[in-house]
Design a protein around this ligand. Structure first.
Ligand code: PRP
Length: 207
């Protein structure tokens, strides 16, 4: 079973409530997604490795640190795009590798349509970004792709998960920690998270 981290931060709870609200417009929705991504990224990077580094201050030498690992962000198109900017405010030097998947409305299975990963891996850690973990099919397919690419250290960062999605991702990839703002009640019969927030892609992009 994966480690599942559900944020308890008051700002996350406050902003997620605004995000869920059906009366939140597209512009506010995008801004909230960006802010939530930043807050969740802070929590998801608590275990980054550090190496020692000294630094010259105006008063002398200080002992300090720098992060060691090369990190790749992997937003799942489209909705994952909205999480990129918030994460990059904290991690400005990351690489961004887009994976295009859409969920077939009838079968709910992910269909891959974009993948330009180079042959050899260029990062040591991947953060998979997608606001919604519904059936878990898209997240599992993306982690499959990244493991085939050669990356072993992978985390999932999302906003809302269904219990079904957590179970599926955990079973398929128990070594992938899951960081979300909330775990909701259930999936409805068309694969939407309830109560959720609707379609995260449509609400970000006005479609
Ligand atoms: C949504 C969402 C996830 C996926 C989650 O994307 O952003 O990628 O569905 O569902 P799953 O856990 O059941 O796979 P969608 O297919 O609507 O595409 P979009 O991001 O382009 O809107």
């Amino acid at each position: 079973m994966s480690q599942v981290h559900v944020s308890t931060h008051p700002l996350v709870k406050h902003k997620l409530t605004l995000l869920r609200d059906v009366s939140t417009d597209h512009r506010s929705f995008r801004e909230l997604v960006r802010e939530l991504a930043l807050l969740l990224c802070y929590e998801a990077t608590m275990d980054l490795k550090l190496v020692s580094k000294s630094v010259t201050t105006p008063m002398g030498e200080a002992h300090g640190y720098r992060t060691e690992d090369t990190i790749g962000l992997v937003p799942i198109l489209r909705a994952g795009l909205g999480l990129v900017d918030g994460v990059m405010e904290l991690l400005p030097s990351v690489q961004v590798w887009h994976i295009g998947l859409y969920r077939d409305e009838r079968t709910l299975r992910p269909v891959e349509y974009y993948n330009k990963l180079p042959t050899a891996p260029t990062v040591q850690i991947c953060l998979v970004l997608d606001p919604m973990l519904a059936t878990g099919g898209s997240a599992v397919a993306t982690v499959d792709i990244l493991k085939r690419w050669g990356v072993e250290r992978i985390k999932f960062l999302g906003l809302i998960a269904a219990p079904e999605g957590i179970e599926r991702l955990s079973k398929a990839h128990p070594n992938v920690p899951i960081h979300v703002a909330a775990v909701d009640d259930h999936l409805n019969d068309i694969g939407f998270i309830v109560p959720g927030l609707g379609d995260a892609g449509d609400r970000q992009f006005g479609t």
